[in-house]
Design a protein. Structure first.
Ligand code: NDP
Ligand code: MG
Length: 381
């Protein structure tokens, strides 16, 4: 039995992680969880899975939930609460599925306690990749990717000599607006942006997919997870999301990972690794039904956020944290109707331009850069 701490249990990855736990009760047990503001859903998860510990954001919500759920689950709150859940002494694995760089400190806490990490929260690695990877190495902890592209690459590299791999090729579906010109992007609405063709995900990552920032964050995530230079990480448009990513080797062979777009598969693999388990609710991939797979070269002038992400990654230091924080602030402003879709890019670009990056930052410098970038981006609204 593996005991699981799940951060972001009320979100989209949270939902699908709970599905995996439901499908394999003999293998996994939820021992601790966190929710954000969705108390109703948190309560229903607590009633079903009976974790020993749960965290929410505010003290008031914690006391409401404690009254509603009884004393068998201890309810904690705030950033301290998230850290408690991440490092819960009975848990073996932390599934980090919160949204945003709020996931960083709990990840570090769990690593310190020797928990294996199943990482969905890419903002953690984008903000502080060198610190997280160094901490994991020091504690002998493995970070298993949940993000489908990284899970794919991880599997393509399995059993291979990594030194023989020349290039990582991440696939991108293109998001909600892949067939629109920049001119047609000027007046798009939040509702249109939230309508992803292939994946059903949380609001922030759905917008990130439409701006292509999601792929940008994934390039930085891949750089840290697999220690590949940015010049050796490519992105290709592939609208069907059937090939989840590929690795090219020095003999020109390319290994690809294929499957239906279903996040429960990489989530389950991160939990069961190195074993594979049945996926009873899963759809098999029948390529004759799919018929054709399409690929297209990435157009960086069409998707400026991807270019910003490569630039931030190559600059390094505090710049990726600034890119990420500015993006979180800009996406929130777009979702609130404060800026237009294309202004997301402008806000990120201006924030990056105003930042003087610090090389080899410690955790405090990264947190300061994160705070500064959010404040600066908001001041531009
Ligand atoms: P959702 O928005 O659906 O869920 C986010 C979760 O985090 C919710 O449980 C939410 O709580 C909680 N949360 C949000 N803000 C805070 C906060 N400040 N403090 C504490 N908890 C908070 O997001 P997704 O599940 O889609 O994505 C989660 C992460 O996984 C992101 O980093 C995303 O990039 C990554 N990811 C997602 C994929 C997907 O298919 N969805 C694929 C690959 C990666 P509540 O709802 O209760 O307020
Ligand atoms: Mg992904």
């Amino acid at each position: 039995m593996k005991y699981i701490s799940l951060l972001g249990a009320t979100g989209s990855i949270g939902d699908q992680t709970l599905d995996v736990l439901r499908a394999h009760p003999e293998m996994f047990k939820l021992s601790a969880m966190s929710a954000g503001r969705n108390l109703e859903k948190a309560e229903s998860i607590i009633r079903e899975f009976k974790p020993e510990l749960a965290a929410v954001i505010s003290k008031e919500d914690a006391s409401t939930l404690q009254n509603n759920c009884g004393s068998s689950t201890k309810i904690v709150y705030g950033s301290e609460g998230l850290r408690e859940v991440a490092a819960f002494h009975k848990s073996d694995i932390l599934v980090n599925a919160v949204m945003g760089s709020v996931g960083l400190l709990p990840t570090l806490e769990a690593i310190k306690e020797g928990k294996q990490i199943a990482l969905a929260n890419k903002e953690t690695l984008v903000t502080a990749g060198h610190i997280v990877m160094e901490a994991a190495k020091k504690s002998g902890v493995s970070i298993l990717p949940v993000d489908s592209e990284h899970s794919a690459i991880f599997q393509c590299l399995n059993g291979e000599d990594k030194k023989e791999a020349e290039r990582l090729i991440l696939t991108a579906s293109g998001g909600s607006f892949r067939d629109r010109t920049r001119e047609e992007l000027k007046d798009v609405t939040v509702t249109e942006a939230l309508n992803h063709p292939n994946w059903s995900m949380g609001a922030k990552i759905t917008i990130d997919s439409a701006t292509m920032m999601n792929k940008g964050l994934e390039v930085i995530e891949a750089h840290w997870l697999f220690s590949f230079d940015y010049t050796k990480i490519d992105v290709i448009l592939h609208k069907e999301s059937i090939i989840h990513s590929m690795v090219e080797f020095k003999d020109t062979s390319v290994i690809a990972h294929l499957g239906q777009p279903d996040m429960r598969v990489p989530i389950q693999y991160a939990l069961s690794y190195p074993k594979r388990l049945e996926h009873s609710g899963g759809r098999r991939l029948n390529l004759w039904e799919t018929g054709k797979l399409h690929f297209q070269e990435m157009d960086f002038s069409r998707f400026r956020c991807l270019e910003f992400a490569y630039e931030a990654g190559k600059t390094g230091g505090t710049m990726p944290a600034v890119l990420n924080a500015a993006n979180e602030a800009a996406v929130e402003a777009f979702l609130q109707g404060q800026i237009s879709f294309l202004q997301i890019e402008d806000l990120i670009h201006e924030t990056m331009q105003a930042h003087s990056p610090v090389a080899h930052p410690a955790l405090e410098a990264l947190q300061e850069a994160d705070r500064w970038a959010r404040g600066f981006a908001v001041s531009l609204l």
